[in-house]
Design a binder for this molecule. Structure first.
Ligand SMILES: Nc1nc2c(ncn2[C@@H]2O[C@H](COP(=O)(O)OP(=O)(O)OP(=O)(O)O)[C@@H](O)[C@H]2O)c(=O)[nH]1
Ligand SMILES: [Mg+2]
Length: 278
């Protein structure tokens, strides 16, 4: 029987979840990757619009806030291991509101409990990197006028992501007395092409979001950080990219593996999860 790999894909709005899903699916369809589709995929509707936009060389729309669809893709890897990938697509606001409202809808609770692996999307380019304890000397914080403190307080972007992970960990009732081996955590630094960097993904995460990185490293035995450019370049919703339309979307996109190697097979982050056993 095929192992079920139910992946908890976690990402706020606009991080690239839908485009990654569509590009991933396209790769499976044209068989240009380490994973192969081994049966009929179901529930592809969530990705069909995205697929046809990409074929024309255009970007697709934001997923409706309340949408949640799970697509099921039976796959095998090169070693013949089978798995059923359960790939969700949803409006990323649902993730943000888990933290801001401090309430977890039952359906999300179930997803967290059932997931074998967690994949967290972070789009560094659209996060705010304001000064905090890690970038300013402690002293400079003592100069803050106490009256300013009364202003509405909003946690930093990295604090919000740490909080999100804390909530998910609590919900799944993992014991954190020692670092976790399961569920495995993969951090995808999405839209990597925007960052124009040659740093290793983990080093970049550490330098940009040190508090998050410290949290991740102390709670997981082997967190993996991978750079992902699902599209390879920015696309517009209205003006078609003619190269894309001519060559096909499967010719674009890449990952930057933890050792810095660039690979055009964007299914590798998931293939690694299958290879490491479940
Ligand atoms: N430059 C670049 N842009 C990308 C890439 N992947 C996605 N984008 C753009 O990022 C934006 C958001 O991508 P989506 O896939 O819609 O993001 P999402 O996470 O599904 O967002 P919601 O549906 O709102 O939850 C779109 O404008 C895409 O064109 C990439 O690899 N590189
Ligand atoms: Mg989406």
């Amino acid at each position: 029987m095929a192992a079920q790999h139910s992946i908890l894909l976690v990402g706020e709005s606009n991080v690239g979840k839908t485009h990654y899903g569509a590009q991933f699916l396209k790769r499976l369809m044209v068989k240009a990757c380490a994973l192969k589709m081994s049966g009929a995929p179901t529930n592809l509707e969530a990705f069909t619009t995205a697929l046809s936009c990409l074929t024309e060389g255009k970007a697709t729309d934001h997923t409706p806030t309340n949408a949640y669809v799970e697509s099921v893709w039976p796959i095998t890897d090169e070693a013949g291991r089978c798995a059923e990938l359960i790939w969700p697509d949803y409006g990323g606001e649902q993730v943000t509101s888990l933290v801001t409202q401090r309430r977890i809808p039952t359906a999300w609770r179930q997803r967290v409990l059932e997931a074998t692996d967690w994949v967290l999307f972070i789009r560094l380019h659209s996060l705010r990197f304001e000064d905090d304890l890690f970038s300013r000397p402690l002293q400079s914080f003592t100069e803050v006028d106490p009256l300013d403190m009364a202003e509405a307080y909003e946690p930093s972007d990295q604090a919000r992501i740490v909080e999100l992970l804390q909530m998910l960990l609590y919900l799944a009732q993992y014991h954190l007395d020692s670092p976790l081996r399961k569920p495995r955590l993969t951090v995808l630094l999405s839209c990597w092409d925007e960052l124009e960097t040659t740093e290793l993904p983990a080093d970049l995460l550490e330098s940009r979001l040190p508090m998050l990185w410290s949290f991740v490293r102390s709670n997981w035995t082997a967190p993996i950080v991978i750079g992902l450019s699902a599209l390879g370049r920015a696309l517009s919703k209205s003006d078609a990219d003619s190269e894309y339309a001519t060559l096909g979307p499967e010719e674009f996109g890449y990952v930057i593996l933890p050792n810095g190697e660039k690979n055009s097979d964007i299914t590798l982050p998931i293939q690694r999860l299958m290879a490491d056993g479940s």
